[in-house]
Ligand binder design. Structure first.
Ligand code: S3P
Length: 168
């Protein structure tokens, strides 16, 4: 089993991914955290000092490094689908797209200091809308299942994913 969570920033990939992995008793791998671990610095630092392109290289490298692990849930960063190479790598797992509204993303990132693409922006909502236009078709292309945003609790969403995947 290899489940991969994709979706925009603040769609809950890390939070739900961890819960899903606990529920299924498999490992949890967070690609953003793997990037930070192997670089020894934060994602903000990488964007500031090395730039986005270098971050994308690091992100692809960590995805490739972790993709063959079995019995795991993998949470990705929101920009992982931008690269065609990454999109092909994602095919090695069952891809779950967490569809999330702009409003929810704005609410959840209002005090965020860790997402460089939003820190650099004077209008977060506009930035999120622009990213969505480019990325939504890519998320859809990669997804095996799509989980639409609801007011349900994390546990309920986890159960919904399990149901849709026909897992027990
Ligand atoms: C990014 C999303 C972030 C992180 C980096 C770039 C993006 O991950 O990878 O800041 O391009 O959308 P989250 O989706 O977990 O916020």
């Amino acid at each position: 089993m290899r489940l991969i969570l994709i979706g925009p920033m603040a769609s809950g990939k890390s939070t739900l991914g961890r819960r899903l992995s606990n529920r299924l008793q498999v490992d949890f791998i967070d690609i953003d955290k793997e990037v930070e671990k192997s670089a020894g610095v934060s994602i903000s630092w990488i964007f500031d000092v090395e730039g986005e392109e270098k971050f994308r290289e690091r992100e692809s490298k960590e995805l490739l490094k972790n993709i063959d692990k079995d019995n795991c849930v993998i949470a990705t960063g929101g920009g992982v689908v931008l690269s065609e190479v990454n999109r092909n790598i994602l095919k090695k797992g069952t891809v779950i797209y967490l569809e999330t509204s702009i409003q929810t993303q704005v609410e959840r990132t209002i005090n965020d200091k860790e997402r460089p693409l939003l820190q650099e922006s004077s209008n977060k909502e506009q930035t999120l809308i622009e990213l969505k236009k480019i990325r939504d078709p890519l998320f859809e292309e990669c997804a095996n299942i799509t989980i639409k945003e609801t007011k349900n609790s994390h546990n309920e969403v986890v159960e919904e994913i399990i149901k849709q995947l026909n897992l027990k």
